[in-house]
Write a protein that binds this ligand. Sequence first.
Ligand code: FAD
Length: 116
Amino acid sequence: IPPTNCPPDSEELGHATWTFLHTTAAYYPVQPTPTQRANMLTLLHSLPVLYPCTHCADDFGEDIKVNAPDVSGRAGLSRWLCERHNQVNRKLGKEIFDCAKTDERWKDGPADGNCD
Ligand code: FAD
């Protein structure tokens, strides 16, 4: 998505929000403290209340009621978030992302060094 000076539409906001969430999960501690877990839960449970796309927020709220956030550590959180994003992808008819590739996409980059 090219940079503009215009307020974000829901696509741009969504893309930026997923970037923030997946990147935050990729750098979440492997063994979080109780405070770090509590803060992550607060962040995730804030989205259905604050995310400024009401129908997106409502559906996300329903989803995380059924699929409780896994804040146990980096791997669990990254996987949980990938699955939630895929839930939205499914709803929108977008391609399903292979969750085994989450670290490559959001943390390490491809093995060929293309992103180094
Ligand atoms: P995005 O879906 O934004 O994905 C960005 C990048 O993430 C992709 O290019 C890909 O490399 C990677 N990626 C894709 N899937 C995964 C995954 N499962 N795990 C890890 N990485 C992945 N839009 C609506 O129209 N209706 C909605 O109800 C709606 N709900 C949303 C709820 C939330 C909580 C959020 C954050 C966004 C929501 N959106 C919704 C926005 C929507 O998900 C997309 O962000 C938007 O359509 C832009 O899509 P995109 O093609 O740029 O890729």
